[in-house]
Design a protein around this ligand. Structure first.
Ligand SMILES: CC(C)(COP(=O)(O)OP(=O)(O)OC[C@H]1O[C@@H](n2cnc3c(N)ncnc32)[C@H](O)[C@@H]1OP(=O)(O)O)[C@@H](O)C(=O)NCCC(=O)NCCS
Length: 167
């Protein structure tokens, strides 16, 4: 049993749960909100049909782990790992609910995810690519021990910073 199937990552104020098909509409709403969409690399807004097709493919994709960030009020965002391969992976995280921003929720979610990635999945390096003007994300990652590794390829015509976390 893995975190993919078994909700078992519980923190003090935050739990990380495997995403389910029932979460698809919520994820579409969050990802298409202007604040989240503006900070993700995806150019187009996503549709529920596209999300459902993605979710079907995700079920058999061993290189991805996607989790719902939940607090006592309910689900507030997503985090996860992509391109999981040979001990490393890329990080993704967003808080979709405005009410859960700047309350340390993302920080605790990241602590749980990094701990799981290292101790359970055996990963040693996690990369995060963000727009250079995304100060909230860069501050969040640096507060969790990421170091700036360099510049990435520009996306959506904007500069990109690569950060790296070593276990
Ligand atoms: C990036 C994002 C997840 C951060 O969420 P958040 O609610 O600000 O995160 P937290 O409240 O948990 O803050 C985490 C840490 O970063 C620090 N921090 C966050 N924003 C900061 C800022 N602008 N300046 C200084 N420190 C900041 C906090 O002090 C906190 O550290 P602490 O836990 O040690 O006190 C959120 O802004 C978001 O969803 N953005 C849209 C999507 C996105 O950009 N995702 C990342 C790229 S994929």
């Amino acid at each position: 049993m893995t975190l993919r199937d078994d909700p078992s990552l519980y923190g003090t104020n935050v739990n990380l749960l495997p995403i389910r098909g029932d979460d698809n509409q919520l994820i579409v709403n969050w990802r298409n909100s202007p604040r989240v969409h503006d900070n993700l690399f995806t150019k187009n807004y996503i549709t529920i049909e596209g999300q459902e097709a993605w979710y079907v493919a995700y079920q058999s994709d061993p290189e991805q782990l996607r989790l719902i960030i939940e607090i006592k009020d309910g689900p507030v965002g997503c985090c996860g790992l992509t391109d999981i391969y040979d001990g490393s992976a890329d990080l993704t995280i967003f808080i979709g609910e405005e009410s859960a921003l700047k309350r340390g929720v993302a920080g605790e979610a990241l602590d749980l995810l990094l701990g799981y990635a290292h101790k359970i999945m055996g990963l040693h390096t996690i990369y995060a690519e963000v727009f250079a003007d995304n100060s909230s994300a860069i501050c969040l990652y640096i507060s969790r021990g990421f170091l700036i590794a360099g510049m990435g390829a520009p996306r959506k015509g904007r500069k990109v910073v690569v950060l790296e976390w070593e276990a």
